[in-house]
Design a protein around this ligand. Structure first.
Ligand code: SF4
Length: 159
């Protein structure tokens, strides 16, 4: 499934890049970590995504990996809402496993499903105000259909 995941990631990244390039004020870009700090819950990942994330976490230096493990532990003991993703470097606002990040993180903000609450509040506010009328949104249902046969998904965990 790794090849299928790579193809899907490329398709999503191309859609996201085209959106950002066409919309100079689009908020989802380096420096915006709003969604990573305001999760309703940890991302849910398929087995190939989990495997890729495991590799990304294993590649972190020891101190950073220990920090991630600690944040997962604390979150497990004291769940709080909204959830700050344990894989976020809060000092820089960067994802520690950006290249390996889940599909859900790649689509968020670009593949809107308003009736399921799958959208960035900042973008939704702009759309409601009449902006971004010419945006070509990604097809979230299509993404999920492609991932449907990849095995049982589960909540992101520290490996
Ligand atoms: S995995 Fe990375 S991109 Fe996804 S919510 Fe966590 S920090 Fe953000």
């Amino acid at each position: 499934m790794r090849a299928e995941l790579r193809i899907l990631q490329n398709e999503i990244d191309a859609r996201a890049s085209a959106t950002v390039e066409a919309q100079p004020f689009w908020p989802c870009r380096r420096g915006c970590d709003h969604c990573c700090r305001h999760l309703a819950g940890l991302p849910v990942v398929t087995p190939p995504e989990e495997e890729l994330l495991r590799e990304g976490i294993a590649a972190l230096d020891e101190a950073t990996r220990a920090g991630v493990a600690e944040r997962f532990r604390v979150l497990g003991e004291r769940p709080e809402r909204p959830v700050v993703c344990p894989l976020l470097d809060e000092a820089t606002g960067a994802c520690l496993v950006y290249e390996q990040r889940p599909v859900a993180c790649r689509t968020y903000g670009f593949y809107v499903e308003r009736d399921r609450g799958l959208y960035c509040g900042t973008i939704e506010g702009a759309v409601a105000a009449g902006e971004y009328g010419d945006v070509v949104w990604g097809n979230q249902a299509g993404v999920e259909a492609k991932m449907a046969g990849w095995g049982r998904s589960r909540t992101l965990q520290f490996p």
